[in-house]
Write a protein that binds this ligand. Structure first.
Ligand SMILES: Cc1cc2nc3c(=O)[nH]c(=O)nc-3n(C[C@H](O)[C@H](O)[C@H](O)COP(=O)(O)O)c2cc1C
Length: 195
């Protein structure tokens, strides 16, 4: 069995004109640069999950929908996750909630870190995500990346500057590294415990 943590970066928004791809690519490249994880980028847009329509969570009944089964098989391959989430009306996007609901056992006893963005750094979405994680038997890192305030407006396409993420690296880079350290610890600990 491989001892290299397999980490998935999940893009939590799916709309065509989303900003989410940019922070997702940024954190993906930074996570890969560590060199001690196998990192993949998972784009919910490509999984094209239907709205949840099963008789129960797969904790209780086998899933029927082929796209949901493919999603579960994908999640099962990973030891830890980084959710890149927007804040939609003070919570996570519906697409991300749906994707979380479409699996259960595959999330269990695995950790996650968060990159969130919005006017106040997506912090309210991040807190909701942590509460959802409890029910999925996941563990959240304490550290997270919050792209908010003037950083958010500097890099967001609707802001006047539309700068690259690298321009705010000095501001968000240290919290990314702190989140990575937490995620690495929890990933290795839960990998050992699951084994
Ligand atoms: C339906 C909707 C609700 C939103 N609600 C919030 C909000 O509660 N807080 C916030 O900071 N930004 C909010 N925004 C602005 C988003 O932060 C911004 O549009 C961001 O780019 C959305 O992420 P995405 O581009 O990856 O979809 C909202 C945007 C949408 C489309």
């Amino acid at each position: 069995m491989s001892t290299t943590p397999r980490i998935a970066v999940i893009i939590g928004s799916t709309r065509d004109s989303r900003f989410g791809e940019r922070p997702a690519n940024w954190i993906f490249e930074r996570a890969k640069a560590r060199g001690d994880w196998e990192v993949e980028l998972l784009d919910l847009q490509k999984f094209d999950l239907p709205l949840f329509n099963e008789v129960a969570s797969n904790a209780w009944a086998p899933t029927q929908d082929p796209a949901a089964l493919k999603w579960q098989e994908t999640i099962a391959r990973f030891d830890g996750f980084i959710f890149v989430t927007a804040e939609y009306n003070r919570s996570i996007p519906g697409a991300l909630k749906n994707a979380l609901d479409q699996a259960y056992v595959e999330w269990n006893r695995k950790p996650f870190g968060i990159v969130s963005y919005g006017s106040v750094g997506g912090t309210r979405a991040a807190e909701h995500l942590r509460t959802i994680g409890i029910e999925l038997q996941m563990v959240s890192t304490r550290s997270a990346v919050h792209i908010g305030g003037s950083d958010f407006f500097a890099v967001h396409p609707l802001g006047e500057q539309n700068k690259p993420l690298s321009d705010i690296e000095g501001s968000i880079g240290p919290s990314a590294d702190a989140m990575f350290e937490d995620l690495d610890w929890w990933t290795r600990a839960t990998m050992a415990a699951r084994a």
